[in-house]
Design a protein around this ligand. Structure first.
Ligand code: NAD
Length: 488
């Protein structure tokens, strides 16, 4: 393979951040390498933004927010749709950058570019719904509420779908009339900076700033800045806690999209072939090699079909082709970094030490000497209470657990700190709903996974998060409501 660096076409100015409509060097001059997980080469260097950069971005954003929040939502929506169109016009270029920066397969990156555009269009369409309501009151009084934007909001995103997240992260706050300071993940800032470049000439200067940098640096500066009263965060539980706790000082509105350890419950009355395909699909291996908050990484199989199901599942998993994300013949890419690859392999080793049986994968694919490639791993006999049953791996590791009756399946399914998503597969309508009713998750699929159409509220229960996204609830969450009580 030729060097990945020569294959990407960056339009954003080199070694600059997008600060309130201008491309600037970071105040401290510190740069970070952006490494390709595909061949471990350095694709670019970007500023590691600091609190001083945030200060400049805030000043420009606050100045822009007033005008942006005052124009008609129709006008804001029009500009957001223009941005979505520009994203679409650059789709292939962005998808290649994304594949080489994230290690996700090119087909998945094309979907992510489209999702970013769709996210902007979806919220543009909803923008007019960010109104208040009237409250029934006695004659002689008029009671109504009105919603106004916060002004400047901070959005911090994770690395697994960089542009998809960037597009969706800016969409609701922009539609509601806020200026946005976006901090992409440390590892994958390139397409967010490209999005900033595409926004030039469409969004008024200051309405969008993009600050590359670390969580400990500019991330925690955003979380702790008392002037930024609304933060939307996507990432791990640990970092989410830090953001929530920093926000407590300023009584900020914080929404959190955090991790998952999602169960898929496979009942004995299912078509095993279809269930195996659903399990593979729900692991999101072909989109992000299982680095997905929604992956159904706990596979809960009823006792009587356990062995037969595993054979079919392994058969399907072994057909996946791990390799170069730009090669259309491959459909599973890399993990994000060397430490993450080591972490994932560590989970597999520990699971085996704790009694699980490795049925498939878990090693480096043959012929892939460089890059953070790993064959998806299937482990059975994972004991409830063991590390693999409890902790989020955020990688291609399926933990199969056995159960005898529905109560036991539900008990195992709910037995983690997480509550993001769950899936139940059964041919029985009654059984499906009886089980689904008792699952502690923000999203429950019955005989899924299926598409989540735009507008479906997305967000976790328990330690998987706070608040809902990708829906009217998200739009409203970027507004503040005031009740007005008038006597006449
Ligand atoms: P991470 O928590 O390490 O980083 C996420 C973002 O937070 C990055 O931009 C990082 O720089 C920043 N950050 C880290 N510490 C911070 C701090 N103290 N203050 C402010 N910002 C900070 O997560 P990751 O490794 O990028 O992503 C993986 C995690 O994200 C997994 O747990 C996954 O489940 C979760 N995730 C959740 C969703 C969802 O929608 N629920 C989506 C994608 C990923």
């Amino acid at each position: 393979m030729t060097t990945t660096k020569s294959m990407i076409d960056l339009h954003a100015p080199a070694e600059k951040i997008f600060v309130a409509g201008r491309w600037e060097s970071g105040v401290t001059g510190a740069l970070m390498n952006v490494e390709s997980p595909v061949d471990e080469s350095v694709l670019a260097r970007v500023p590691s933004a600091s609190a001083a950069d945030l200060d400049r971005a805030y000043t420009g954003a606050a100045a822009a927010a007033e005008a942006w929040g005052s124009i008609s939502w129709v006008q804001r929506a029009k500009l957001m749709r223009e941005l979505a169109e520009r994203v679409r016009e650059s789709a292939e270029r962005l998808a290649v950058i994304e594949a080489l920066d994230s290690g996700n397969p090119i087909a998945a990156c094309r979907d992510d570019v489209e999702a970013a555009a769709e996210g902007l269009n979806h919220m543009a369409g909803l923008a007019g719904e960010a109104g208040g309501r009237t409250i029934p009151s006695r004659s002689g009084t008029l009671v109504y509420t009105r919603r106004r934007p916060f002004g400047v909001v901070g959005r911090i995103t994770a690395y697994n779908h960089p542009l998809r997240f960037a597009g969706k992260a800016i969409a609701a706050p922009l539609a509601a009339g806020n200026a946005v300071i976006l901090k992409p993940a440390d590892q994958t800032p390139l397409t967010s900076l490209e999005l900033a470049r595409l926004s030039e000439g469409i969004l008024p200067p200051g309405v969008l700033s993009v600050l590359s940098g670390t969580g400990a640096g500019v991330g925690s500066a955003i979380a702790g800045d008392p002037r930024i009263r609304r933060i939307g965060f996507t990432g791990s539980v640990e970092a989410g806690r830090a953001v929530l706790s920093a926000g407590a000082r300023g009584i900020k509105s914080v929404s959190l999209e955090l991790g998952g350890k999602n169960p898929i419950i496979i009942c004995d009355d299912v078509d095993l072939e279809a269930a195996a395909l659903a399990t593979v699909r729900g692991m999101n291996l072909t989109s992000s090699n299982g680095q997905s908050c929604q992956s159904n990484s706990r596979v809960l199989v009823q006792d009587s079909i356990h062995e037969e199901f595993i054979d079919i599942l392994v058969e399907h998993i072994s057909r996946l082709r791990v390799g170069d994300p730009l090669d259309p013949e491959k459909n599973v890419g890399t993990l994000i970094s060397a430490p993450h690859l080591e972490r994932v392999m560590g989970y597999i080793r520990r699971a085996v030490e704790e009694g699980a049986v490795l049925r498939h994968g878990g090693g480096r694919p043959a012929g892939q000497e460089r890059g953070y490639f790993i064959e998806p791993a299937v482990l059975s006999d994972v004991a409830p209470g063991s590390t693999l049953a409890k902790e989020e791996v955020f990688g291609p590791v399926l933990a199969i657990m056995r159960w005898r009756n529905d109560d036991e399946a539900i008990q195992i399914a709910n037995d983690t700190e997480f509550g993001l998503a769950a899936n139940v597969l059964t041919a029985s309508f009654d059984r499906a709903h009886r089980i689904a009713d008792r699952l502690e998750a923000g999203v429950v699929w019955i005989n899924g996974p299926t598409e989540r159409p735009p507008g479906t509220p997305f967000g976790g229960l328990k330690n998987s998060g706070l608040g809902k996204e990708q829906s009217l609830e998200e739009l409203l969450s970027y507004t503040q409501e005031t009740a007005v009580l008038a006597a006449y």
